[in-house]
Design a protein around this ligand. Structure first.
Ligand code: ADP
Length: 339
């Protein structure tokens, strides 16, 4: 398949800078997610890679070759969108055949490729149906089938699971991952859903305001966030941020202390930890299956913590929470930079 290098890429609409000097080196066969809030420039970057948008400066390389001026048609990239964009009047079989017929391939080759894609995606029994006769999940699979049927250099997906219900999203993302592994295909997957990016990706590019905030493996981003934005965007429930002066050990003003709810748990009465501690009033216990979430009021702030067994806890009691030292992060309050 294909390696993709993004070198100092900027993109402006009139005077409005959407992408601000991005650099990413994507390896052949990697599953990459572009993750960030709505409007941060994920789709714009995807479209620049596909050739559907021109870049204002910088360059994009496929397998070391500069394709910046090459038309979308000649980049051999496939795109899958949220709304599937299937041809409603064509049978599934003809939807799958469409990109191959455009390439004027022999009918025998087309038949073989359709059979291969249909088997890969479990679509054999719906080939002679119209898109309207399929479930949402099946339509999504046809869209993926149409994208892979011509062996693209890379598969680019823009929020492809957003129209599916929660259960089907989880099932479909596993299928996409399996498919990518089997085909060893370079995939770029745009999402605003941090969990989706975590489970799918070899590496995640976390974006905000047209800038890549961090580009690393999922657990590196979770455990070693580059800054407060990344720390707050990854992980659910969100990381707690407290003014340094409020915490035991007082890290001083001008700093924020970050600690994830999953790392923060009630300490036994006898207390005693070499890590981080915090005392407040227990306001809420939320059962969440494998753990319980706790809301603890510390000053004017609610801190989220977790515990496995809340049987001995009473609402309104004073509770001391602790986290191991390696699960406590410091950020500059002004810049958000990790200290
Ligand atoms: P995301 O995919 O992260 O939600 P987009 O890449 O779609 O973000 O958009 C990034 C920013 O660029 C947004 O502020 C959007 O309004 C702006 N934008 C996107 N396309 C255009 C366009 N054709 N003209 C002007 N502004 C645009």
């Amino acid at each position: 398949m294909t390696s993709i290098n993004i070198k100092n890429v900027s993109k402006s609409y009139h005077n409005y800078a959407v992408l601000k000097g991005l650099n990413l080196d994507i390896r052949d066969g990697e599953f990459i997610s572009f993750l960030g809030p709505s409007g941060c420039g994920k789709s714009t970057l995807l479209f620049c890679i596909a050739g559907l948008e021109d870049i204002t400066s910088g360059s994009i390389l496929f397998d070391g070759r500069d394709i910046t001026g090459v038309s979308a048609r000649d980049r051999n990239i496939s795109l899958v969108f949220q709304d599937y964009a299937l041809y409603p009047h064509m049978l599934v079989r003809d939807n799958l055949a469409f990109p191959l017929r455009q390439q004027k391939l022999p009918e025998e080759t087309i038949r073989r490729q359709i059979a291969w894609a249909a088997e890969m995606l479990g679509l054999e029994h719906v080939l002679d149906r119209l898109p309207a006769e399929l479930s949402g999940g099946q339509r999504q699979r046809v869209a993926v089938g149409r994208a892979i049927v011509r062996n693209p250099a890379a598969l680019l997906m823009d929020e492809p699971l957003s129209n599916l219900d929660a259960g089907l999203r989880v099932k479909t993302r596993t299928e996409i991952k399996r498919l990518q592994r089997e085909l060893r295909m370079t995939v770029i997957f745009v999402t605003h859903d941090q969990e989706e990016a975590m489970v799918l990706s070899d590496r995640i590019a976390v974006m905000n305001n047209g800038i890549v905030q961090q580009f690393a493996e999922p657990m590196t981003i979770y455990r070693e966030p580059a800054n407060q934005f990344v720390a707050s965007f990854i992980g659910s429930p969100q990381m707690n941020f407290l003014p340094g002066s409020r915490t035991a050990g007082g890290h001083g003003d001008g700093r924020l202390v970050g600690v994830r709810p999953h790392d923060l748990t009630p300490l036994p009465d006898a207390g005693g930890t070499d890590g981080f501690t915090l005392t407040g009033e227990l306001a809420l216990i939320e059962p969440a299956g494998p753990v319980h979430y706790l809301d603890v009021v510390v000053g004017d702030q609610i801190v989220k913590a977790t515990c496995n067994d809340p049987a001995s806890l009473r609402l309104g009691e004073r509770l001391t929470l602790g986290a191991p030292p390696n699960a406590v992060y410091l950020f500059d309050r002004e810049s958000g930079a990790r200290i």
